[in-house]
Design a binder for this molecule. Structure first.
Ligand code: FAD
Length: 390
């Protein structure tokens, strides 16, 4: 009666369990979670939850787990897998058997230990992080957000919404430059600038100073910024340390084939922690919400040997900053040629070209035009056809 054991109680765990039941799997399903909270959704943590606009981010009501006979064992992380014995050991010493194991442990936020750990330095990955940051923000006047990736940009926008002065510091030439390229990044910098954020690019943080709490931040160009709150949005790493020495291949995430199978028999991985092989044979780890549902359909189809092959959709993610929804379809890469085809000073639309083909679109505040580009990206249309439609 071992059934499927899912380690990690986040979106990927819930989507996997949901797909298993939807496809008629009726053996036991158990979800192991390190946190005390039932599975919850992370996107609102940097948006509505941080701004105090919602007070629940639960992914499902409790009845969902009861009705679908999905057992939740929360508040105790897994610490090892015995691949040969088909068991998982929890931090409290309990040992659970499995027929199939799904690793869905997500990410751990990076910190910059050289900058110390004064009170008022926050990260944002979990619900507890969000509550701690929201409490700090309630009395903060000046915040420095280190790192202008998605989390940093969204936190900067939410803190502005709460009336906090914000300086956004990014070593790259523009916010989100690593993901969307410098051209789109500059348009996002303009959006933040227009909302009163002091955007500092091309500089790093050298030191955080203070006594009982944060008082100032020193940048690599020598400038000193007064601050009573610092948010480190400096990326995350796969939560895979617990697999060390467990005969499951890990290399920037749990290494999987194109359907989520790991190097170990009857062990699968999904979500932010998993590095899946794509159609070109490249290992890719995606840290976005929509990807999880696509992977769950694919993984469960493979696990249950279902006939229907699931084809991956066009990759998609979004980010909400102020009232602007930034959306990306496809997978932009450094080196793509970027064509900004619409720009009203706030909202914009950009097409990404590689080898003469439309490979991605990024829109800010123009959802209908982003949607329209999906078929063209899937079909690999020539960029010339998109730029000069007949
Ligand atoms: P997670 O949601 O991180 O879940 C993993 C769970 O595993 C965690 O609860 C963790 O506590 C648990 N765990 C870890 N180690 C263990 C262990 N050893 N044993 C047991 N449990 C363990 N994506 C978008 O596309 N758009 C957005 O706007 C967006 N906003 C976001 C905002 C924030 C603040 C964050 C953090 C993420 C955002 N994302 C967004 C990304 C999206 O939320 C993730 O892609 C998604 O949560 C991945 O789900 P997951 O289940 O793989 O990982």
């Amino acid at each position: 009666m071992s059934g499927v054991l899912i380690v990690g109680a986040g979106l990927a765990a819930v989507r996997t369990a949901e797909q298993l039941r939807r496809n008629g799997f009726d053996d036991p399903i158990t979800i192991i979670g390190a946190e005390e909270h039932p599975p919850y959704d992370r996107p609102p943590l940097s948006k509505q939850m941080l701004r105090g606009e919602v007070d629940s981010v639960a992914l499902k009501p409790v009845e969902f787990y009861e009705d679908n006979q999905i057992a939740l064992r929360l508040g105790c992380p897994a610490r090892a897998v015995d691949v040969a014995g088909h068991t998982v050991e929890l931090a409290d010493g309990q040992v659970l058997g499995y027929d199939q194991l799904v690793i869905a442990t997500g990410l751990v936020p990076n910190r910059l230990p050289a900058l110390g750990d004064l009170a008022g330095i926050c990260v944002l990955r979990s619900l507890d992080d969000c509550v701690a940051l929201r409490d700090r923000a309630a009395t903060a006047r000046r915040a420095v957000v280190i790192g202008a990736g998605f989390i940093g940009c969204e936190v900067a926008a939410s803190l502005r919404g709460l009336g906090v002065q914000v300086t956004l510091v990014e070593p790259q030439p523009a916010p989100l430059a690593g993901v969307l390229g410098e051209r789109a990044g500059a348009l996002i910098a303009r959006l933040h600038h227009g909302e009163g954020v002091d955007v500092r690019t091309g500089v790093a943080v050298d030191a955080i100073s203070g006594g009982d709490g944060v008082e100032s931040v020193t940048l690599s160009d020598g400038s000193v910024i007064a601050a009573d709150l610092v948010v480190m949005g400096v990326g995350s790493r796969p939560a895979s340390d617990w697999l060390t020495g467990c005969d499951v291949d890990v290399a920037d995430g749990v290494v999987c084939d194109a359907v989520g199978r790991t190097s170990a028999p009857d062990v699968w991985a999904i979500g932010d922690v998993a590095s899946w092989r794509d159609a070109s044979g490249t290992q890719i780890r995606v840290e976005h919400w929509s990807n999880v549902a696509d992977q769950a359909r694919t993984l469960v189809a493979a696990m249950l040997n279902l006939e229907a092959m699931v084809s991956p959709g066009v990759p998609y993610f979004w980010s909400d900053q102020y009232e602007v929804k930034i959306q990306c379809l496809g997978r932009p890469r450094a080196g793509d040629t970027v064509h900004v085809v619409e720009d009203d000073g706030r909202r914009f639309l950009a097409y990404y070209e590689r080898d003469g083909v439309l490979v991605a679109v990024v829109g800010a505040g123009i959802p209908e035009k982003v949607r329209t580009a999906r078929a063209g990206i899937a079909a690999g249309v020539a960029i010339a056809d998109v730029l000069q439609p007949v």
